[in-house]
Structure formats: C-alpha cells, structure tokens
Design a protein. Structure first.
Length: 254
C-alpha cells in the first residue's frame, strides 16, 4: 500500500516535505515504513516506532521516493539537478547512471519491484530502470507536458504518469515507448490510485478534479471543491479517500 502527502510543513525548522511513501511489506519484510523527502536533500523515515532523519548524500531538493515491497528492500529518491539514487541500507546511496545526461528536476517516481522503477520530469521526460542502477530515457517522448505524478497500478500491471493539461501516459515495465491515455480534461493531474484485480483507477488534480477510470473511459466526479487533489487512496473501489490543498479531505463511498 502506498500513500503520498505533498508539501507537509514540519512544525520545527520550517522544513518542507514534498512527497511521502508508505510501504507495507511482504511477510518476509518485518518492517512497515514511511519515508518522506523534501527540500535540501531532507529524508525522514518512520520505522513503526519513531521518526528519524536519514542521510541522503545530497543537498538537492528531493521530490520523489519509492520503497520496494520485495526482498531485498531498496530505497529510491529523485529530485533537483537530475538526481537519482538508490540505497539498501539507508546509509550509502548509489547514484543512478543515465544513458542520456539530464540535469533538470525529477518531479515524481514509482516502482513495482526492487529493480524496476520510473522517474518523471518536465516536457514529458521519463526515465526507467530495470536493474535499479542504469536509467534509460524513454523515447520518443509522446507529450511535452510536465509529469508531476507517477504510479504503478497493481491491477493493470502498468506504470501511469500524469501531468499538465490532463496528460496521462502509460508504460509497461519493458515497453520501448509510453502511450497517451486521453482523459478529456485540461486539469493538471497529480495523483492516482488503483487496486489489484481490476484496471479501474482514480485520478486527481487541480480545480477539485477527480476522474474515475474503468479501464477505457474517464468519468468526472462532482467533488464540490476547487482545491487541488494531491493524493488518493482507497480501501477498495467503493471506498476511496482524497486529500489536497487547504486541508481538503474527501471520501467517496457507495
């Protein structure tokens, strides 16, 4: 299970945390974890008992984080200056090797194993790794939109990347190119959630936008709010929560 929280301001120090990831591990992984990343290379981790700072090895602001649910557990972070790094012990971080040099900011990331992940950026830029270390830029780029969201859908077995002007792309773990998924919205899309056993998905973004996707068609939902929807999570397809700017919390339940 994974949830994301964006721009959390800690009460002390004025540190801004841009993204968080919850990992509820496989039975062989005894620790359920939360990691959050933010400005100046900040990483904090909750190990089930308490929060502790984690050395990141960089002062670059970090915008994306992923923890693998597979053994051995791997930790990934991405951020400003084209920074991508991985750690297995939260002490030593190994920077990823890109096949095409890239020094702009990575905005989000997602993964589905200890070695397979994607990272997204401006102008439709997507990098993918299938070994956890070497990152390949996906070409051709099917959009020029900035991609602020990344999500691995466990039911569809696909990576989804979302962004400005309603952009939504999908990519299989070993496909050579991403494909565009028409959403019929111009909202900037930040968040996605789906579950196992179905291709259905929820997508959230600016202007209180929430779209319900059945695998082929998007249906906009009336939310009654204009705040940006930053994160989505559900117990199941009939009980879904959304949270966003200005303290917005919504629940959709059948």
């Amino acid at each position: 299970m994974r949830r994301r929280a964006v721009r959390i301001v800690l009460p002390s120090g004025g540190i801004i945390l841009y993204n968080a990831y919850i990992s509820l591990g496989e039975p062989s992984l005894t620790t359920n974890e939360i990691m959050a990343v933010g400005n100046g290379g900040v990483i904090v981790r909750y190990d089930g008992t308490s929060w502790k700072s984690v050395p990141s090895g960089t002062t670059n602001s970090l915008y994306g984080v992923y923890i693998s649910n597979t053994s051995p557990r791997q930790y990934y972070v991405v951020g400003a200056g084209g920074y991508i790094a991985r750690s297995s012990d939260l002490t030593t971080w190994t920077q990823g090797v890109k096949n095409v040099a890239y020094a702009s900011t990575f905005l989000a990331m997602a993964g589905n194993t200890s070695t397979t992940a994607v990272a997204t950026s401006f102008s439709g830029v997507i990098y993918r790794t299938n070994d956890g270390l070497n990152w390949t830029q996906i070409t051709p780029v099917p959009t020029t939109d900035s991609l602020y969201g990344a999500y691995y859908h466990p039911g569809a077995g696909l990576f989804y990347m979302s962004g400005t002007t309603g952009a939504l792309l999908r990519l299989s773990a070993f496909a050579s190119a991403a494909t565009v998924v028409p959403t019929n919205t111009t909202a900037t899309l930040y968040s996605m959630w789906g579950t196992t056993g179905t291709q259905a998905m929820w997508v959230g973004g600016t202007g209180g936008t929430i779209l319900k996707y059945d695998g082929s068609t998007f249906t906009p939902l009336k939310t009654g709010v204009t705040a940006t929807i930053r994160t989505l999570w559900g117990n199941n397809l009939t009980d879904v929560w959304a949270a966003g700017d200005s303290g917005t919390i919504l629940r959709w339940k059948m």
